[in-house]
Write a protein that binds this ligand. Sequence first.
Ligand code: GDP
Length: 446
Amino acid sequence: AAFGDLSSRLTETFKNLRTKGKLSAADVDGTVREIRRALLDADVALEVVKAFTAKVRERALGDEVNKALNPAQQVVQIVNEELVGILGGEQRKLQFAKTPPTVIMLAGLQGSGKTTFAGKLAKKLQKDGHTPLLVAADLQRPNAVNQLQVVAEQADASIFAPEPGNGVGDPIAVSKAGVEHAKQKQYDTVIIDTAGRLGIDEELMRQASNIRTATRPDEVLFVIDSMIGQDAANTAKAFLEGVDFTGVVLSKLDGDTRGGAALSVASLTQRPIVFASTGEGLDDLEDFHPDRMASRILDLGDILTLIEQAQQNFDEEEARKVAEKLATDAFTLDDFLEQMQQLKKMGSMKKMLGMLPGMGGQMKQQLDNFDDSEIGRTEAIIRSMTPAERHNTKVLNGSRRARIARGSGVTVTEVNQLVNRFEQAAKMMKKVARGESAGIPGMGAM
Ligand code: GDP
């Protein structure tokens, strides 16, 4: 399916993030690198990829992630928001003229899906109560007028075309006459199907540009084949310079597109994507919603659920382990250290404490007061203790405390403070465990 590869690559990337708590700069860089590769492999234009990843990186290293309860989730949100951004931000609807008829000109390479889209649009407009007139201004290809006639018939729409056998007509004159015809016959919209070439071509651009000048359309829609890959950037830029357009139609989005064109074109041209064409049938047309497209690419619903579940499991598991330790009266400095490291990893002590029943007040405040550097110091102190000392703080006499202080590069006072704090915490936790363990849900009898 479209974006399949990109989608699964991004999902993989985020899965690796989801169990992490606080993200290091290395985590962010690794993630950004993966995103960059996935986008390039999906044929997104290099300049778009660069701008995108720079923005994601900057935000992911900033406070909104640092302070987030769930940093991985926050990173996914950022990627999503930036994706919506490069896809154009807000949805842009087709614009109608104040005084009809609204003139809509189509431009794009041959085979991009212009004629098919003309039929789709005519059908949609009629459904919405409009009276569209299709104008066949593609007089280059022998069969083009015919093809538009077929499409018009399918859509049950009217068509204005030069009489067959009149030789090679003048597409500019036909376009003008088409708009005049619409005015006279009170059609409220005119869809001009113009010629395309296989490649970018000066003559083609001049013709399209002249049709534009002659008919002064309210919308010029550039139709681009989603499958065209890295050529999307050059093609879009050439049409922007040669004809200019007010909006984009992504065609063949139902195909196995890697997504590059879709993801590049709005950002490269600063023109909104108005429609997505998703099949050969005339009903296969969708209004384009940048946010929905981004969610689809990211599998957002899935990813966010996965992250949430992983996070919940993580918390509950930790809370259970601690509660078990408390119940068996074996809470040691090693556990204390391990617990602090967990808290540090999760980036939120409060949340962890919230998971422990009966925890709060003084205890919560104490643990709240730790910051990262303090955790580092605490770790150094505990690591300087022997296993016996860690297991039972009662053996810590003056000379042992002095040795530990030297070993960990802190003062004896700091060692004393830590030991006091631990003893107080252990006492309080035991109280909690004894007093309320029966009420801990899911713990069974203890
Ligand atoms: P034009 O030369 O720009 O007018 O392009 P056409 O409208 O003739 O389309 C070229 C080919 O692409 C035709 O075979 C269409 O049936 C096919 N096509 C157009 N739009 C879509 C689409 O959204 N999805 C798919 N799968 N095929 C499409």
